[in-house]
Design a protein around this ligand. Structure first.
Ligand code: HEC
Ligand code: HEC
Ligand code: HEC
Ligand code: HEC
Ligand code: HEC
Ligand code: HEC
Ligand code: HEC
Ligand code: HEC
Length: 509
């Protein structure tokens, strides 16, 4: 009897202790899980275990492993080798501590698991961002500012400037016999003239175009980072495409900065109007999901105009012209500018009403058309006329007027249009329209007049008359005749009256 009571007591005692221990362990686990920087241990295969064992010891490798451990990839078991493993035929493959690997991980490698994203990206304008060799801008880097042959072809102005945004053509270093060169650790040497580089349209050794790391910073590959406006701002900033500055000036940017912590940036999925509502970021409008649109990795899917050229056109104009000229029907899935605009408006409509959004587009279209008609087309026609009448040498940028014109369309004219597209009034006005007008009336026109006078001095009467006729026609147009003192008298009177009233706000004239 007594023993059985004692046994019962012992059993109850042991069970209680076990129960308490389980409770404590569970509590401890939960507390740990709730800690802000908690991460489950990564699941890794043998190959990756090997990489980590050595790389996590010291220096750069340690930091890389730490970053990776905090990534979604570590959580789901995508280890070092899953990305860095190479095939025998890969031109950049090298034997490294028992594995065949490559340093650069290209869209082709990511595509093994992210086929859909890679496909969309590779057909976008972004993937073509490295194809700038024939552009006027490129003459600047390779001739005017720099020199392609400088220091054994290192082309510094392009390599540290243009290509860091647009992408280089990656090359490997070779020894005297033309074989790949390796360092003391047996690591294949990539040509330092072309790498490090994570430019958008990088041309990779495996033939693929682009770089996913242009946006997805290694080794976190975090969606929270890639949705930040600053992420796009590495490239989309500065005098010729100040999208980041425009965004920061806009109410959208203001609200983002004011309510950043309510943006739920790490959520997956991240649907505007459902997972967040405080403000849109660049990603929201150009890439991310809405209740009825999936994420897109083609940043052109929601754009109707192109604001980059001397004269803006609809984004599908060049493609349409190609099919029309060939008499071919449009391929299936061809996105017209109207459809692209609908896509973008689908984003706006999560936060604004239909009428509001359509009225915004009315204002935006008007600004683009104003720039085109008042300055873009006339300035282009004048420059063409100077060239065809033999006023300009064949070299670019060796004459003042070529710089004047470049500022007008490439910097100021873009700013005016881009400011209007994303609600940045200061970029539309003071950094945009104002500077375009100043450049046109105070530089371009006087410089053309000088060139005409100069041509006459050298007996080129006919050529001078051709250009002069065009200039006269342009200035006598209703958009410009004010400049010739030919403003409509009625309008002049109204302006004087308004100016008088305005001045009454202040004590002085
Ligand atoms: C025994 C140690 C060791 C192991 C194991 C190891 N690495 Fe390395 N790894 C190194 C060292 C050392 C370097 C050179 C570091 C330096 O130059 O600063 C390096 C460099 C690299 C580089 C950069 C090469 C470059 O172009 O600069 C990559 C990528 C890399 N390792 C990936 C891996 C992967 C993937 C694995 C697993 C298959 C792995 N490593 C296994 C020691 C190791
Ligand atoms: C999701 C794919 C992915 C995984 C997983 C991954 N890497 Fe990388 N790694 C990259 C990319 C992309 C680059 C950038 C290469 C480039 O474009 O220049 C890179 C670059 C590197 C470099 C050279 C970077 C430098 O700054 O010197 C090293 C070293 C490296 N990885 C090691 C590792 C190790 C070790 C692991 C595992 C802990 C790992 N990587 C896991 C994609 C990956
Ligand atoms: C071996 C397969 C594999 C490779 C290679 C791979 N990934 Fe992933 N990646 C995954 C898986 C699995 C997930 C988790 C998917 C999920 O959560 O739905 C993921 C998630 C991601 C995410 C979302 C992260 C998050 O926080 O939700 C990004 C971004 C990403 N990968 C980018 C890349 C890029 C860029 C490369 C190439 C440099 C790459 N991946 C290579 C398998 C891979
Ligand atoms: C800070 C990053 C950055 C640098 C540096 C840079 N670009 Fe760009 N470039 C861009 C961006 C972003 C665009 C697209 C702008 C837009 O659509 O609003 C662009 C547009 C272009 C375009 C127009 C492409 C088209 O399809 O119309 C050309 C050509 C070009 N850049 C060439 C160059 C050259 C050449 C250099 C060096 C002299 C250079 N860029 C320097 C970021 C950069
Ligand atoms: C222009 C910047 C940019 C580039 C380049 C880019 N991504 Fe993304 N990616 C994003 C953004 C922004 C998101 C987050 C979308 C959202 O809000 O859910 C994203 C999300 C992802 C995700 C998470 C799943 C999803 O679709 O939401 C994966 C996987 C991914 N990207 C893979 C890639 C791969 C692979 C490449 C290269 C082929 C690539 N990305 C290139 C900006 C980029
Ligand atoms: C590494 C530099 C870089 C980053 C980062 C970058 N872009 Fe770009 N982007 C470019 C360049 C260069 C072009 C012009 C490509 C061309 O036309 O050749 C461009 C073009 C575009 C275009 C015009 C597309 C078209 O079809 O005409 C949009 C929209 C755009 N980017 C949005 C974004 C967004 C949104 C992000 C961030 C999520 C981003 N970009 C990040 C370099 C970059
Ligand atoms: C509120 C939505 C919204 C936000 C936020 C936004 N954009 Fe835009 N973006 C637009 C609209 C609308 C256009 C014009 C579309 C059209 O022409 O139909 C545009 C046009 C562009 C273009 C095309 C310029 C060209 O050369 O044709 C680029 C590049 C771009 N945005 C980049 C960015 C970047 C980078 C950010 C963040 C710093 C950003 N956008 C934030 C809505 C947005
Ligand atoms: C996530 C919600 C969200 C999205 C998506 C969004 N907006 Fe907005 N928008 C706002 C907020 C918030 C404001 C600031 C309202 C205020 O002034 O109080 C704003 C303001 C504006 C303004 C007024 C600017 C000013 O200076 O008064 C315009 C115009 C506008 N948005 C147009 C658009 C267009 C066009 C799109 C799509 C291309 C868009 N918005 C997408 C939230 C959004």
């Amino acid at each position: 009897m007594a023993t059985s009571l004692n046994t019962k007591r012992t059993i109850i005692g042991v069970l209680s202790i076990v129960f308490l221990a389980v409770l404590l362990i569970a509590l401890w686990k939960e507390t740990q899980r709730a800690m802000p920087d908690y991460k489950a241990s990564p699941i890794v295969d043998e190959g990756t275990k090997h990489c980590i064992a050595c790389h996590s010891e010291k220096g750069a490798g340690k930091v890389i492993v730490e970053q990776w451990k905090n990534s979604k990839h570590a959580e789901v078991g995508v280890g070092c080798l899953e990305c860095h493993a190479a095939e025998k035929d890969d031109i950049d493959a090298y034997e490294h501590e028992g594995s065949l690997i490559a340093t650069i991980v290209t869209p082709h490698d990511c595509a093994r698991c992210h086929e859909y994203e890679a496909e969309e990206f590779m057909t976008s304008h972004h993937a073509d961002a490295g194809m700038i060799m024939g552009s006027l801008d490129n003459v600047l880097a390779e001739v005017v500012e720099g020199h392609t042959a400088f220091n054994d072809g290192s082309n510094p102005a392009a390599a540290s400037g243009c290509w860091q945004c647009h992408g280089s053509r990656v090359e490997i270093l070779t020894d005297e016999e033309g074989n790949p060169a390796y360092d003391d650790n047996g690591i294949l040497k990539l040509d330092p003239k072309t790498w490090p580089n994570t430019g958008m349209g990088r041309i990779n050794l495996d033939g693929s175009k682009g770089s996913c790391t242009a946006c997805h910073n290694r080794h976190h590959f975090s969606v929270g980072q890639v949705r930040q406006p600053d992420n796009c701002g590495k490239c989309h900033m500065g005098p010729d495409h100040p999208q980041l500055e425009i965004y920061n000036e806009s109410k959208h940017g203001i609200n983002f900065h004011a309510h950043r912590e309510k943006m739920n940036l790490e959520a997956q999925p991240w649907i505007v109007g459902e997972d967040y509502s405080a403000a849109p970021t660049c990603a929201t409008c150009h890439m991310s999901a809405t209740p009825d649109q999936p994420v897109t990795h083609d940043v052109g899917d929601r754009i109707s105009w192109t604001l980059r050229p001397k004269v803006s056109e609809k984004i599908d104009a060049a493609e349409l012209a190609k099919y029309e000229a060939a008499g071919e029907p449009f391929p299936e899935g061809f996105l017209t500018w109207e459809q692209r605009r609908k896509n973008m408006q689908g984003v706006c409509k999560q936060c604004h009403t239909r009428g509001y959004v359509e009225s915004f587009y009315f204002q935006y279209d008007n600004q683009v058309v104003l720039y085109n008609e008042k300055f873009g087309k006339p300035a282009l026609a004048l420059m063409k006329s100077l060239r065809s009448n033999g006023f300009l040498t064949s070299a670019n940028f060796d004459e003042k007027i070529e710089w004047t014109y470049f500022y007008l369309w490439h910097h100021e004219g873009r700013r005016a249009r881009m400011g209007a597209s994303m609600m940045g009034p200061d970029y539309t006005q003071w950094h945009g329209n104002f500077e375009v007008a100043d450049r046109f009336y105070m530089e371009l026109v006087p410089e053309i007049k000088e060139l005409i006078a100069e041509a006459r001095k050298h007996g080129k009467y006919e050529q001078a008359a051709n250009v002069e006729k065009l200039l006269d026609n342009i200035l006598n147009n209703e958009l410009h005749q004010w400049f010739l003192g030919k403003m409509d008298p009625e309008e002049l009177k109204k302006r004087k009256e308004a100016a008088k009233q305005f001045r009454q706000r202040y004590s002085e004239d």
